[in-house]
Design a protein around this ligand. Structure first.
Ligand SMILES: Cc1ncc(COP(=O)(O)O)c(C=O)c1O
Length: 414
């Protein structure tokens, strides 16, 4: 088992040149796609060290995205649970309302530097699609977003947003018509168009170099948060936590704290029960396997096919995690735990009513974990990543939970 003392040179050593974090990662691709991913890898290795690229990304973050986003001390919420202090990294205040834009702007800038004309991606709930369509509009690139027909019907406002931003939303009509089929369709399109286009994945996963690139682009979350927290309090937090879907906001948050004496918790969606199809807790119930061109921990059946997943937060219902998370779990540096739909929804309403912040349901999982931690410890501090704002969720929440009084009473929280 590794401790924070083993992580001083970690970022330089992981992933290795084949894209592996220990036994997880890699680029397991059909022959036709190998040149495309090699081209991205080569371009990124060159560009990520160029002062021109780094300075331009810094300028974009400051002037377009509105970074740095603040760290906020939840004084009223903390008081409800004793003396442990809860802080939030406010990625909900990043332009477009979530952390996803951090890697989309990086990927868009890379496409521009590579002379590509188009960005291609899949989207499930539409969050990644909206962020990528935003990046495409900013950089003057075409944008094709593949989306399952079922998701198109469910996520109407995000479909409209993508179209308003100038993206083509291409319906995927085979199989279950959701995220997995959309990824397959985006890969197919990329295979045909890679000379003019670049594929942009939605989280810290997929074939190498995406887990590396997305980590690098999301690192800003933890780097800023650490400096801001120390600036506010004079010390490090005792713990940090973040919700884990594919794992991009969490990896961004964790990276800055891996070599510090801070406990780190990844929060998975335990959903509505332990049954298959009722949760998306890959770390808790999954095993090693291969999906979408990389090796990681997956929820899969005995034939290696992905199992159906569910979470009340549509951004968390992926049947796997990024390979770096699998490594960080195995070596013991990060603890992966979970919260249920109900715990997440209680946190949604508490943060809204006690702090005036309506969180995304995905991010409510991290807030719920911070609350659990605060109750249990009764002292110290925890810094949670508030990965996005909840505007996209309010119609669904109101329809299913009203304004939350019943749920909070049930949990003796009002
Ligand atoms: C607000 C928000 N938080 C978290 C996630 C989960 O993604 P990841 O684990 O890649 O951060 C999503 C995904 O759509 C999201 O929209």
């Amino acid at each position: 088992m590794k401790t924070y003392r083993d992580f001083d040179n970690y970022v330089k050593e992981f992933p290795d040149e084949r894209g592996y974090f220990g036994e997880y990662g890699g680029a397991i691709l059909p022959d036709e796609l190998v040149p495309a991913f090699k081209e991205i890898d080569k371009a990124y290795q060159e560009i990520c060290h160029s002062a021109q690229f780094i300075n331009e990304l810094r300028r974009i973050r400051r002037e377009f995205q509105g970074r740095p986003t603040p760290v906020y001390h939840c004084e009223r919420l903390s008081r409800l649970f004793g003396s442990c202090q809860i802080y939030l990294k406010r990625e909900d205040l990043n332009h477009t309302g979530a952390h996803k834009l951090n890697h989309c702007m990086g990927e868009g800038l890379l496409a521009k530097f590579m002379g590509k004309k188009k960005l291609i991606a899949e989207t499930g709930a539409g969050q990644h699609g909206v962020a990528l369509a935003t990046a495409a509009a900013y950089f003057g690139l075409e944008c094709d977003i593949y989306m399952g027909e079922v998701d198109i019907a469910k996520q109407h406002p995000n479909v409209i947003r993508m179209k308003m931003l100038g993206a083509n939303v291409i319906p995927v009509t085979h199989g279950l018509k959701t995220l997995k089929e959309a990824v397959d369709a985006a890969f197919d399109a990329y295979m045909r168009e890679y000379k003019d286009a670049i594929y942009c994945i939605g989280s810290v996963l997929g074939p190498h170099p995406f887990p590396l690139m997305v980590r690098d682009f999301q690192r800003i979350v933890g780097d800023e948060a650490k400096e801001q927290f120390v600036g506010m309090t004079g010390i490090l937090p005792d713990a940090v936590c973040a919700a884990v879907g594919g794992g991009s906001n969490s990896i961004g948050m964790f990276e800055a704290f891996l070599n510090e004496p801070v406990d780190i918790f990844g929060v998975e969606p335990l959903g509505r029960s332990e049954n298959i199809g009722d949760h998306a807790a890959s770390m808790k119930y999954g095993s090693k396997g291969t999906l979408h061109g990389f090796e990681s921990i997956l929820l899969q059946d005995e034939n290696g096919e992905p199992l159906p997943v569910y979470s009340i937060a549509s951004g968390l219902d992926y049947p796997g995690v990024g390979p770096e998370h699998a490594y960080l779990r195995d070596c013991g540096r990060v603890v992966y735990d979970g919260v249920t739909d109900e715990e997440a929804m209680s946190a949604f309403f508490l943060l809204s009513k006690y702090e005036g912040i309506i969180p995304a349901i995905e991010s409510s999982h991290a807030v719920a974990y911070a609350i659990k931690y605060a109750k249990e410890k009764g002292k110290g501090s925890i810094l949670a990543c508030l990965s996005g704002r909840g505007d996209k969720d309010i119609d669904y929440v109101y329809e299913n939970f009203g304004t939350g009084e019943e749920l909070l009473e049930k949990h003796l929280l009002l």
